[in-house]
Design a protein around this ligand. Structure first.
Ligand SMILES: [Zn+2]
Length: 301
């Protein structure tokens, strides 16, 4: 454990010294989109590639304008030039993934071990983009919301620039048991923030206002109930509405969205306050509550 923690501190020290340069330039304003399997893009996928590239470059400029640190993104094979996004060969999933999105280091030995085993067999930190054509030519409420998944994943890399919580995304984000201590316990904040930013980005890109999921909005949303602690989302009853998604860690987005309305006036301020939360002193133990409370106090000053 000692050597692991020491390695983590070394990584944090490196991040500290790297911060001034990283804050001055945003490296992810230039992207190129390819197929995961290396084959040429089909005509349809070329349309997807243009959509993804425009989104990632625009979202990068927007996050930069909101004052965030540059994302912590690790390149795979390329050492310069545009960042690379890979269109997945899976044409059924609408989700984008920044694999190993939380970085290389973890205070939790089990997560660290799993990440390193996965990296051994499948090295690199690829930014996967959905291969489902609904992600770039959405025809349903849910596809429209999910088409902004790349902006969500990019924000995870921004979060990581401030230091990440230990633990991996967990299926306990929303179960009948609720969020559990340990692995996944910070998902209400980590995923909730990224989903709030994704929805703010959708509003920006489409010139609309997103409405609450129970208000029959024009877009689908993740939902949760608040008759459980905010940091322990869980089902109160089984899903009954197929236009909603019940991943409650994501469903905590409206906590962070509402905070943005309270703390900011401009669209940039309504996401920019999160930098105070992410950079607040303290760690992510105890679901990150003390750290995030301190950050929200700072954002309000
Ligand atoms: Zn996420």
């Amino acid at each position: 454990m000692f050597s692991l923690r020491f390695a983590t501190r070394l990584a944090l020290a490196a991040l500290f010294f790297a911060t001034p340069a990283a804050a001055q330039s945003w490296p992810t304003t230039d992207w190129t989109i390819v197929r995961e399997d290396g084959e040429p893009l089909t005509t349809d996928q070329q349309q997807g590639a243009r959509f993804y590239r425009q989104q990632l470059e625009d979202a990068s400029r927007w996050y930069q304008a909101a004052g965030f640190r540059a994302p912590r993104m690790i390149r795979e094979n390329e050492t310069s030039g545009p960042y690379v996004g890979y269109i997945s060969t899976d044409t059924t999933s609408l989700g984008a993934v920044y694999r190993n999105e939380r970085g290389e280091y973890s205070d939790a030995w089990l997560d660290w071990a799993i990440e390193n085993i996965v990296d051994y067999f499948n090295p690199g930190q690829r930014f996967y983009l959905s291969g489902h054509r609904g992600a770039w030519t959405p025809t349903t409420k849910w596809e429209t919301t999910m088409s902004y998944g790349p902006a969500h994943e990019l924000f995870h890399a921004v979060q990581a620039a401030y230091g990440r919580p230990s633990g991996a995304p967990s299926g306990s984000m929303c179960t009948s048991l609720g969020g559990q201590p340990g692995i996944g316990s910070t998902d209400w904040a980590w995923e909730g923030m990224a989903s709030a930013v994704q929805i703010r980005y959708l509003e920006r890109a489409r010139g609309v206002t997103f409405e609450h999921p129970y208000k029959n909005p024009q877009f689908a949303a993740w939902t949760r109930y608040f008759d459980h602690p905010v940091h322990q989302p869980r089902h109160s009853k089984l899903p009954t509405n197929s236009t909603l998604s019940w991943y409650c860690g994501y469903g905590s987005w409206y906590f962070w969205y509402a905070m943005g309305d309270m703390l900011g006036d401009t669209p940039e301020e309504k996401i920019g306050f999160l930098q105070y939360v992410l950079s607040a002193p303290g760690d992510w133990s105890d679901y990150g509550i003390a750290k995030l409370d301190a950050g929200l106090r700072r954002a309000a000053q």
